[in-house]
Design a protein around this ligand. Structure first.
Ligand code: AMP
Length: 404
């Protein structure tokens, strides 16, 4: 069974083709700068194997359909291809950022599902409309092939109302569906499931706190395999401090800046999403640059690192409480979580009294494979588990199609 996973952005398509008999990646790549004067396509056949081959094309790619057609040509190419014909593709799995509260699980695409994704678009305008372009392109180019949508929000739909409700007038929830949704759900589901497997338990048997720390950052409390709380909210702005997003701030900052600076709400929204977080504090949003600056004595960079790791630590404490103190493992994943031993160490610093203790030698360095980094006498296990959202989407797509 071969599954094509597509993550369509407004000017890009990330794709991966997997053979689900052994979950091997047959091909992967990225089409970017769609609609710009020069587009770019990267195609890797059999990545990370002895047979790996890479193709890069630079040419105008006016729309998603042109981009996808180029990908199909390469996938089926006599030399570089990994399949003979697109009829070998069993299903296409699409990543969708926002499913609102309509989607608790992956779904087969039909007119009703497409309409629901469009209806949810005001909460993630750039993302959802781009995903729809991806779905419509795939429907046209792979006629008769089941199209499955997998939502970043779906894993968080098990949160109880006390975790997802905001204390705003109730009709804002009833009429506008203003509530916490949470994001990165595919990643939180994947790494919490992997943590259970690595600890030799079923997901139902363990409680896990997952930290997805990349350019966007979020944390989830997962109880017996189900999400009971997560740090992002109605949008991906809430919670942890991120590369360019502020995370939690006093909501009255909006009104204050409007009154005192005459800024419009959309200007403030843009500042909070694009010019805040690490970038806002120290002018850099890549953790590697921040560590280099700290080495040279940059005090703002040091402050940014302290703020990020303090916020992470506070959320761990909060989720320990959400899980009644019974936590089997803390899991770090994504660009920072997998690669940055300093952020991991500072995040759990001083939590020994809560049974959380790192082994500095095990923690040292990056992780390309899952690794346990807790001390022998740590009550809570600490893991670094590389995330794999494409594989999780392919698995959910396979399961839905096989059961359909
Ligand atoms: P992601 O969104 O998961 O791709 O993560 C991207 C972020 O990971 C970058 O902005 C960096 O801050 C961080 N990152 C990537 N590689 C490293 C590394 N070797 N050390 C520290 N941070 C890293």
């Amino acid at each position: 069974m071969k599954i094509l996973v597509i993550n369509a952005g407004s000017s890009s398509i990330k794709y991966q083709m997997l053979d689900m008999t052994d979950e091997a990646v047959l091909a992967s790549g990225l089409v970017e700068r769609i609609g710009e004067p020069t587009g770019k396509l990267v195609y890797k056949a059999f990545p990370d194997s002895d047979q790996e081959s890479k193709t890069v094309l630079e040419q105008p790619i006016p729309d998603h359909e042109t981009g996808m057609k180029l990908v199909i040509e390469l996938l089926t190419d006599a030399d570089k291809g990994v399949i003979k014909d697109i009829s070998e593709i069993t299903a296409v799995g699409h990543r969708i950022v926002h499913g609102g509260d309509k989607f608790h699980a992956p779904s087969l695409v039909d007119d009703v599902v497409e309409q629901a994704i469009e209806d949810t678009a005001p909460m993630a305008p750039l993302h959802n409309m781009a995903h729809l372009a991806g779905i419509r392109t795939a429907k046209a180019l792979f006629p008769g092939v089941p199209q499955v949508v997998v939502f970043d929000t779906a894993f968080h739909q098990t949160m109880p109302p006390e975790a997802y409700m905001y204390a705003l007038p109730y009709e804002m929830y009833e009429k506008q569906r203003v509530r916490r949704y949470g994001f990165h759900g595919t990643s939180h589901k994947y790494v919490s499931g992997e943590a259970a497997r690595l600890m030799g338990k079923a997901p139902e048997e363990c409680n896990v706190i997952t930290l997805h720390l990349g350019n966007g950052c979020s944390m989830s409390a997962v109880k017996g395999g189900e999400c009971v709380d997560t740090s992002m909210g109605l949008t991906p702005l809430a919670g942890l401090i991120m590369g360019t997003r502020c995370g939690d701030v006093d909501p009255a900052v909006y009104a204050f800046l409007e009154r005192s600076q005459g800024l419009t709400l959309s200007e403030i929204d843009s500042i909070m999403n694009k010019r805040s977080g690490l970038l806002g504090i120290c002018g850099m949003n890549d953790m590697r640059d921040i560590h280099a600056a700290i080495e040279k004595g940059d005090e703002k960079a040091a402050l940014a690192l302290n703020m990020v790791t303090y916020r992470n630590r506070q959320y761990i404490g909060s989720y320990m409480a959400s899980l009644g103190g019974k936590v089997d493992a803390i899991v770090f994943t994504a660009g920072i979580g997998e690669n940055d031993d300093i952020v991991r160490a500072k995040t759990v610093e001083g939590l020994e009294a809560m049974g959380i203790k790192l082994d500095p030698a095990k923690n040292a360095g990056r992780a390309t494979e899952p690794k346990a980094v807790h001390a022998a006498d740590s009550r809570v296990q600490i893991w670094v588990i590389p995330t794999n959202e494409e594989l999780e989407i392919a698995r959910q797509t396979r399961d839905l199609v096989a059961g359909a």
